[in-house]
Write a protein that binds this ligand. Structure first.
Ligand SMILES: [Cu+2]
Length: 150
């Protein structure tokens, strides 16, 4: 009998701990609904500063990088960079499987979506490109075409 109650206490403890773990995981996993405006960027060239990586100067490279599998992000007007993990009805965040990503590369956009923040990184699951102003950040006159010249 004593053994039985010990086992029951242990089971109750396990149930309680796993419920708490589940609740805190659920809280951590709940996204924030956001609308973000900014420029769609090539995360590699932007983060490494291997070359000037914004606007028309870098447009050609950013398309090649995206098709090559480099993650695409949005540099928000708020100064934050958001890693794009989903775009509208396509689950792939890789441009070769999701051509929509290439179509908005370099563009000034406003998007609606869910924001997940993990360990200081901001991830965006976009369900609607609410506005697309196109490639309007004119930088090639100042910086040339990166990295191809002209
Ligand atoms: Cu690039």
């Amino acid at each position: 009998m004593k053994l039985m109650s010990g086992v029951l206490s242990a089971l109750a403890l396990v149930a309680m701990l796993s419920t708490e773990a589940f609740v805190s995981m659920a809280e951590a996993a709940s996204p924030k609904r956001v609308q973000i405006s900014g420029e769609v960027i090539d995360t590699w060239c932007y983060s490494t500063e291997i070359m000037y990586a914004l606007g028309t100067a870098h447009y050609q490279c950013s398309v090649w990088c995206a098709i090559g599998g480099v993650p695409v992000s949005i540099k928000g007007d708020d100064g934050n960079v958001y890693v794009l993990l989903r775009l509208e009805d396509n689950d792939s965040s890789v441009a070769v499987h999701n051509p929509k990503i290439v179509k908005i590369q370099g563009h000034q956009v406003t998007v609606d979506g869910d924001l997940y923040e993990r360990d200081g990184v901001k991830y965006l699951f976009v369900d609607l490109v609410a506005d697309d102003k196109g490639l309007i950040n004119i930088t090639h006159e100042e910086f040339g075409i990166q990295p191809f010249g002209q």
